[in-house]
Design a protein around this ligand. Structure first.
Ligand SMILES: [Zn+2]
Length: 384
């Protein structure tokens, strides 16, 4: 499933010699996506002649692109089996380098086909912010269920049922035997909680999960949470008080509400933090396109924050990887650093996002455009 690590890996697949073809396709039960792909490829093939001249592509480069188009078309038409869980498809291909990556997505995406030196990853970056992954831990005194919600798709990660002696009521005058049984019960419950906590931490580690929702009866929730490590506890964004046998759909609906509220809060706090840091002398925050690109070039960005769908023109130098706004260009469309050719970009933001992932930065695509808009639609929290 797609997460930060997937995108980081893809961002590093850029090649200096050959283009990578990136394709996003919205899947359709009636196979309309096959027609949509055919049209996109037809369109791109027609545009290939123009690109050949504009970018002065060598024969091998053109051949690699043509092979990408044919492979993608063949795959979608003949080999791809569409199941109902997947609403979108992403393919990245560079035939000359034998690179092929297929991602099936549980969310719909806007159809897109392009070829460039870097894979087009902005769609994936926006998707993981829009449908942030979280884990749900449903726990009672002997059973537990851990659910993994990635890109809005719910998967059962684990179901646990430990043997726990039932608790009994005290009888007799002394009740010693009952007290012993109940002590054994408490110990077994604690062991069960430890087991669930260990599995929860495993999920967080494996899936790079940043959010957790805990569900169950109120008294159980508090008891269970005390067994979690403090770093895991910090990931808890909310609780759902439910009976252990509640229908799964009810649990998911409640969890979704908790996750949405958490997302809203997170975004508000993120913009507050950016604003606070950027407006403090010596603060670790910056906003506006040019200062943000400058920080990215210096490797100083920790978190890149960008308004969803924001685009701005700019340029990139493929020789020294300088990215900048048009005003930073050297004379006669050259790179201000190495005097190499400055390649104009309709959207420098896409390049900035790729650059950020390559450096292992976090990228936050916000939908809270109005507040970020005032700050130039883009900013960054800095490392130093
Ligand atoms: Zn350069």
């Amino acid at each position: 499933m797609v997460n930060q690590k997937t995108i980081e890996r893809l961002s590093k697949m850029g090649s200096k010699d050959y283009f990578i073809t990136s394709m996003y396709l919205q899947l359709d039960k009636n196979n309309n996506h096959k027609i949509a792909l055919k049209d996109m490829i037809k369109d791109r093939r027609q545009g290939l002649n123009k690109i050949k001249q504009e970018k002065k592509l060598a024969r091998e480069q053109v051949l690699s692109l043509e092979n990408d188009f044919s492979k993608i078309e063949h795959f979608v038409h003949h080999d791809f089996l569409h199941n109902d869980h997947h609403k979108g498809l992403a393919i990245f291909s560079c035939s000359a380098n034998n690179f092929w990556e297929l991602l099936e997505l549980p969310q719909a995406v806007t159809n897109h086909l392009n070829a460039d030196y870097d894979p087009y990853i902005r769609t994936l970056s926006e998707l993981i912010c829009e449908h942030r992954s979280y884990g749900i831990v449903l726990v009672d005194s002997a059973k537990a269920k851990i659910l993994d919600v990635t890109l809005g798709f719910v998967k059962e990660y684990l179901s646990i049922h430990n043997d726990v002696l039932p608790k009994i009521k005290y009888g007799g005058i002394e009740g010693t035997q009952e007290r012993n049984i109940n002590r054994a019960h408490e110990e077994m419950v604690q062991k069960h909680f430890n087991d669930v906590a260990a599995q929860t931490e495993k999920l967080i580690e494996e899936e790079d999960m940043t959010r957790l929702i805990i569900g169950g009866r109120q008294n159980i929730i508090s008891q269970f949470e005390s067994t979690l490590t403090s770093s895991t506890r910090k990931k808890i964004v909310g609780h759902i008080v439910v009976e252990p046998e509640a229908p799964l759909n009810d649990i998911l609906k409640k969890s979704q509400e908790v996750a949405q509220a958490a997302e809203k809060k997170y975004e508000t706090e993120l913009i507050d933090k950016l604003k606070g840091e950027a407006n403090t002398v010596g603060g670790k925050g910056i906003f506006g396109l040019q200062p943000t690109l400058q920080s990215l070039r210096r490797g100083g960005v920790n978190t890149l924050i960008v308004a969803k769908s924001y685009k701005a023109p700019g340029f990139v130098c493929h020789k020294c990887f300088f990215i900048g706004v048009p005003e930073e260009k050297g004379p006669k469309d050259t790179c201000p650093i190495c005097s190499g050719k400055a390649h104009n970009l309709d959207d420098v933001i896409e390049e900035a996002i790729t650059f950020a992932f390559m450096q292992g930065c976090k990228v936050e695509n916000t939908s809270d455009n109005s507040r970020l808009k005032i700050m130039g639609n883009i900013g960054a929290l800095l490392r130093y």
